[in-house]
Each structure stands twice: as C-alpha cells, then as structure tokens.
Design a protein around this ligand. Structure first.
Ligand code: PDD
Length: 307
C-alpha cells in the first residue's frame, strides 16, 4: 500500500483537508468547556456498520444539549463517504465530532454562531486476540457514573472526564476497563463500553434507568439474544449480585463483544469465556458480515449510499 493510501481521512466543517491543515480555534467551546457531542463508528470493508443508528444518536445527543447540527443526516453521510475515500483504509475507526464552535469566553452557547464539524477516519487498530480468547480484566471503581440529573450518560458528549477518571482508577488496579456504579450503587457501564453478565442462563444488563449510554452494540446484542431465545433481563444490579454471575462481558462499537476474565473491586472472581458469551460473539460477527454484504448489494457506491 502506498504512503498516501495510509493517510487518515480528515474532514473539517465543509471539506476534506490534510491532517496538518485541520486546525480548530483555541476559542472553540469544545476545547474550552467540553461543549459538544460525538460518535465513534466502525468501518468494515468500506461499510460503516449501523451508520443510521449512530447518526440518529448524534442527533439525539445534540438535541439534548440544545445544539443544532450544522448538517442534515444526508449531508453527514456524504461527508463521511468523502472522508473514507480520502482515508484509504477499508477497515477503519471513524469519529464524527460536533462542538459548539468558536466564540468569546463565556458559557452561553449563543456566543458561538457556528458549530465545528469534524470527521476523522483512520486505520482500525484491532484489539489483541487475547482480549477475545482469554478476556479482559474489569475493576469496579470508586468513581461513580455521572448522575442522570447532572449530565445524562445517554448524551455522548465531549465532556469525558467522568470516564477518564474511572479509567485511570481501573488501570491503577491493574485492570483493562472500569465498571462504574451509579450514585445508587448499581452497575452502570464501563468507561467506553456497556456491561453484561449471565446468571442462571439469563442475560442481564443495566437498564436505561441506571444511567448509561444506550450502546448501539448493546442493542444489537440484546436483539441477537432475543432471536436466540435467551432470556434477557434489563434491570438494576448491585455489586454482590454481579459476583454471582457465571459469565461477564462488555460491548462497544470498536471492540464488539469482549469477554471478561477477572472481575475485581471489593471481591474478585475469575471467569472463563462461557457458552453464552461465545455464542453472542460469533452471532455478532455474523450479523456484521450480513450487514456489510447487504449494504454492498443494496447500494450503487462501495459504501451502499442509495439516496
Ligand atoms: N464509546 N458506554 C460508554 C460510556 C461509551 O463511551 C461507549 C462507546 C459505550 C458503547 O456504545 P456503542 O456500542 O454504541 O459503541 C458505552 C465509543 C466506542 C467511544 O467512546 O469511542
């Protein structure tokens, strides 16, 4: 592959630019206050998996912070495709970021007349195989997930310090990912993942009411479980109950379904990669494969853009 093809794809406001030219003002309120929203998507062989769902969530996040997206869904898709063309990696990480934009110092969003729109696509750095074969270490940390009444975790915002602090705590404990509890002491989610466990044959995961990001991978996994006739319980779970689990895994767009081999925090328990986790890992891959094939078959372009 040539060096040009290995470049990331970068789109700023209204056009593709070189990474070196992509500059945002120091007065951008995304930089000054973490005022903005984003989405991370995964591109499989040139196809953006669940693009509609990600763009819908971006719209929802934006609307929850009173931010009007500077582009329609159709325009955003076109910008994404242009970025991917410039990027040259068919298996890619893709991030769409929208900040409040540049404006004078001050918290009032009205100070910023124009949001900043930024897309970044780059080679996907595959998580190590060990993550899937043996599992990762998950630590229940002291940092609690933001209150829904303070900064609702369903807003995928640029304000990520809650998760960063939890991740730092987990790493200090020798773990790969944190499990954050909510203010009521119930399991909420990881720093960049949703949390699942299997107990007595049922697949359990914190409900929306626990204060979580409604993960798109989470939705796919729940749908697959229902199709497979696995009992699903979305509810409230305390730490003691989680330690009674037979299997634990986490999910996210980039890492898909990742088994957990060690859960610690107060107590500690080892897990092997159990049958339900294995089944959902392989069904998820199949789902991605058929999504990619169907998208390619439906669209005139290599990304299946049909409008
Ligand atoms: N993060 N919970 C949090 C707090 C997250 O940040 C993420 C994803 C998830 C999983 O959501 P999804 O399945 O839609 O990716 C749950 C992405 C990967 C990120 O921050 O880049």
């Amino acid at each position: 592959m040539s060096r040009t093809a290995e470049k990331p794809g970068v789109y700023l406001n209204d056009r593709v630019v070189a990474l070196e030219e992509a500059r945002v003002s120091v007065l951008d309120h995304g930089f000054l206050y973490g005022d903005g929203v984003y989405e991370t998507m995964r591109v499989y062989d040139g196809v953006v998996f669940m693009m509609e769902e990600h763009l819908a969530r971006l719209e929802r996040s934006a609307s929850l912070i009173g931010l009007r997206l500077p582009k329609s869904a159709r325009q955003m898709k076109l910008s994404i495709f242009e970025t991917l063309e410039a990027c040259g990696h068919r298996d890619a990480y893709l991030r769409v970021t929208v900040s409040r934009g540049e404006g004078p110092i001050g918290l009032d969003p009205a100070l910023c007349p124009r949001p900043t729109f930024f897309i970044f696509a780059d080679r996907l750095r595959h998580p190590s195989r060990g993550n899937y074969e043996e599992g990762v270490r998950l630590a229940i940390v002291n940092t609690r997930r933001n209150l829904r009444e303070a900064l609702d975790p369903q807003i995928k915002s640029l304000n990520f310090l809650n998760n960063i602090l939890a991740g730092m705590e987990a790493r200090k404990m020798g773990a790969d990912e944190a499990l954050m509890l909510n203010a009521g002491g119930q399991a909420a989610e990881g720093t960049i993942s949703n949390f699942f466990f299997v107990k007595g044959g049922a697949l359990c995961t914190p409900s929306a009411g626990c204060g979580i990001l409604m993960g798109i991978t989470r939705d796919v996994v729940l749908e697959l479980a229902r199709r497979l006739d696995i009992k699903v319980i979305e509810g409230e779970f305390g730490a003691a109950e989680i330690f009674e689990a037979q299997e634990v895994f986490i999910t996210s767009t980039i890492r898909e379904v990742v088994p957990v081999r060690l859960l610690e925090g107060g107590a500690a328990k080892n897990f092997s990669v159990g049958p339900v986790t294995k089944l959902l890992m392989s069904e998820y891959r199949k789902e991605v494969y058929s999504y990619v094939e169907n998208t390619k078959a439906a669209g005139p372009s290599i990304w299946g853009f049909t409008e």
